[in-house]
Design a protein around this ligand. Structure first.
Ligand code: CA
Length: 288
């Protein structure tokens, strides 16, 4: 990947779709009599994975069709006529291998057109907990009197993840982001914060702030719904003022940009249950 390519990918931004190649093919073999036959249509499908797990929100483009990968990373482009196409993934902050797949549709569906994603480390701050807690801590009523989460080497999404056990002392505990997520995050405006959460039970849920972002003397809060499942649940939070609160008021663009310019604290809610429970965290990504 050349630097020029990196810059091009950065500029494209989220949800940009590359469309090239392919003529749509097929078409009618009209005999001039007005007997119009609808061309047969086929589909091309596959999946995008990141470290072995499905990556959602990837735009998959080809001639005349654009789809987005689902929560398992899968995609299907339907309605393709016979012809040659380039199937190309795009998502801000990632590189893909291969960058594009040339396919030829000829009288049948094509499956297994798969891509693997790699975060562009120059444009994303990430914690995937491959070998340790990466500086993450907990605050609130968890882990007894310790701020250290428990590192689990397996059972994450995939690989390692963090776990913490609620003390059930009547307050809410949070995951605390390490320094690499803090400071000047101005370039994250309009991009996203992603993470995966898991909880031990979905019973007896209660409402509270789910993300707390502090900087420049302002505290902003965000409520993510629905709450996590007992399986890994992915969140993709857009980093604009939309949906964020400054106290009880809606956050303004100025509020949000003030905070991002000098972030001093980023915490993500770890417990959702009235009573004791266990929370898990994996795959935190802040796009810049
Ligand atoms: Ca992991």
């Amino acid at each position: 990947m050349t630097m020029a390519w990196k810059k091009a990918l950065v500029i494209m931004g989220a949800m940009t779709v590359l469309v090239w190649g392919g003529c749509g093919g097929g078409g009618s073999n009209g005999n001039g009599s007005g007997n119009v036959n609808t061309p047969a249509s086929y589909h091309v499908s596959g999946a995008v994975t990141l470290n072995g797990a499905g990556l959602d929100g990837v735009s998959i483009g080809t001639s005349g069709a654009t789809v987005t990968t689902d929560s398992s990373g899968a995609y299907t482009i339907a309605g393709l006529s016979n012809g040659s196409y380039a199937v190309t993934p795009a998502k801000a902050g990632y590189f893909f291998s291969p960058a594009s797949i040339p396919v030829t549709v000829q009288g049948g569906d094509l499956t297994g057109q798969n891509f693997t994603a790699t975060p562009d480390s120059a444009n994303v701050v990430a914690s995937s907990f491959t070998s340790g807690d990466e500086g993450w801590r907990v605050v609130g009523d968890a882990q007894g009197t310790s701020t250290l989460p428990t590192y689990r080497a397996t059972g994450g999404n995939p690989g390692g993840y963090l776990e913490a056990v609620d003390n059930a002392d009547g307050i809410t505990w949070y995951w605390v982001a390490p320094a690499q997520f803090l400071g000047d995050d101005s370039s994250s405006y309009g991009k996203s914060l992603e993470f995966d959460l898991r909880q031990s039970t979905t019973q007896s849920q209660y409402a509270d702030h789910d993300i707390i972002l502090v900087g420049g003397g302002i505290t902003l809060t965000y409520d993510t719904l629905p709450h996590p499942q007992t399986t890994w649940t992915h969140y993709n939070i857009q980093l604009t003022e939309s949906g964020w609160k400054n106290g009880t008021a809606d956050a303004t663009r100025a509020d949000f940009q003030t905070v991002l310019a000098a972030v001093t604290s980023l915490t993500i809610r770890g417990e959702f249950v009235v009573g004791p429970d266990t929370g898990g965290l994996d795959n935190v990504r802040l796009f810049k």
